[in-house]
Write a protein that binds this ligand. Structure first.
Ligand SMILES: *Cc1c(COP(=O)(O)O)cnc(C)c1O
Length: 386
């Protein structure tokens, strides 16, 4: 039996939701023939692609590996530029650097907290290097306006790689996140919408991208005679035609992922319910700015803003009360590695700076109860008092 967790002591900001079906699915794999590279990988990829509404989904050992592969397959090489928002997890821009690319930061829009298409257009126009990829992030689960980025990408012959690590289950109109961009990456870290412990996925409509993604995931090796560059020698033969990695996701992880995916609609609707409870209870609170809403938001995070001068006090008081708040994110260019390698003037990114200075992510995950929400709201009200 899976015990209902009691979050009395400590309420995390995010947490996996694992049930008996998930456990059974994993145990079945452990008792079977295939621990990796078996039929469960394709089964999970098929279910995932069907859910998102694309013909192809390629699994990876992490969301970061998925991003690395997408950047490689999009053609990012030494001397290229990749446009990314500064308000994201470092992995988005790191993946460009893995390929030899240089990240070009484009500020966020305060209305969406996602990369501003205008700022991205400006970054592309000013770039001295060819822009190979534009990489919007659907921040917190708010679906980024891919339509707007498409026009810019066309002008610069760039590929759109959307980092949708926050946005599984989100949609813009009738289109799920994952359908519009050339490639869309997802993460299955335990705080994300579904988990495989570690894991990731790239969704794409392109059969060429899908094939290249699979090759990159497995050392750059091909086995089909038709894919050989040199002459094919016989059924034992294989050819490493480019440098790839071992970025495969195990059968165990895929079984967990497929079982989790069966409950995705419930996970997303629970997150939306918690978000609307927060909205209802915080709408009249002075000094609290609520995150932007959207009908297709899938609420990986619920990032509020307080006055930057209050943030530290409020954050520390919430933590002292057992509320596992976090900050998403420190602008990427502020990390020491980035400051040394790609120094930026913070004044170029006023929206990311403003948001980042005051934001606090409140707990949000499917197993949170209404009384957990009440507890967070009460603790926040107390923490806001001077
Ligand atoms: C979680 C996350 C990633 C990386 O995913 P991992 O599976 O942890 O490697 C990348 N980008 C964003 C925005 C994320 O939130």
């Amino acid at each position: 039996m899976v015990m209902n967790k009691n979050f009395e002591e400590n309420l995390p900001y995010g947490r996996q939701c694992v049930n008996e079906d998930d456990i059974d699915a994993v145990v079945r794999v452990l008792k079977g023939d295939w621990l990796t590279m078996g039929p469960g990988v394709e089964a999970f990829e098929r279910s995932f692609a069907d859910y998102v509404g694309v013909p192809h989904a390629v699994s990876f050992s992490s969301g970061t590996a998925a991003l690395h592969a997408a950047m490689h397959v999009a053609g990012v090489r030494a001397g290229d530029a990749v446009v990314v928002p500064p308000l994201t997890f470092a992995a988005t821009s790191n993946s460009a650097i893995y390929c030899g690319g240089e990240p070009l930061f484009a500020d966020i829009s305060p209305e969406t907290l996602c990369m501003s298409p205008d700022a991205a257009e400006k970054a592309c126009a000013e770039s001295t290097k060819p822009v190979k990829v534009i990489a919007p992030v659907s921040f917190a689960g708010y679906p980024a306006d891919i339509e707007a980025f498409k026009k810019i990408a066309e002008t610069h012959s760039a590929t759109i790689v959307e980092d949708a690590s926050h946005a599984l289950g989100a949609h813009r109109g009738a289109l799920k996140v994952g359908v519009e961009a050339d490639m869309t990456t997802f993460s299955f870290h335990p705080v994300k919408h579904i988990t495989t412990a570690e894991g990731g996925m790239v969704a794409t409509r392109s059969p060429e991208f899908a094939e290249s993604l699979k090759r990159f995931r497995s050392h750059g090796i091909v086995k089909d005679p038709g894919d050989f560059v040199r002459p094919y020698d016989g059924p034992w033969d294989n050819d490493m035609i480019e440098l790839g990695y071992n970025y495969r996701l195990s059968e165990i992880a895929c079984a967990l992922g497929e079982s989790q995916l069966r409950r995705i609609e419930r996970f997303v609707s629970k997150r939306r319910e918690i978000a609307s409870l927060y909205r209802e209870k915080l709408s009249h609170s002075d000094g609290v700015v609520l995150p932007p809403d959207h009908p297709g938001h899938s609420y990986h995070l619920f990032p509020i803003c307080v006055a930057p001068s209050d943030r530290k006090r409020v954050f520390e008081r919430l933590r002292a009360n057992g509320i596992g708040v976090q900050v998403h994110y420190i602008p990427v260019y502020r990390h020491t590695y980035y400051a040394r390698t790609y120094p930026q003037a913070a004044e170029k990114y006023p929206n990311a700076e403003n948001f980042s200075a005051g934001t606090i992510s409140l707990p949000i995950f499917p197993d949170m109860s209404g009384s957990d929400v009440d507890r967070v709201v009460l603790a926040l009200m107390e923490a806001l008092e001077k």
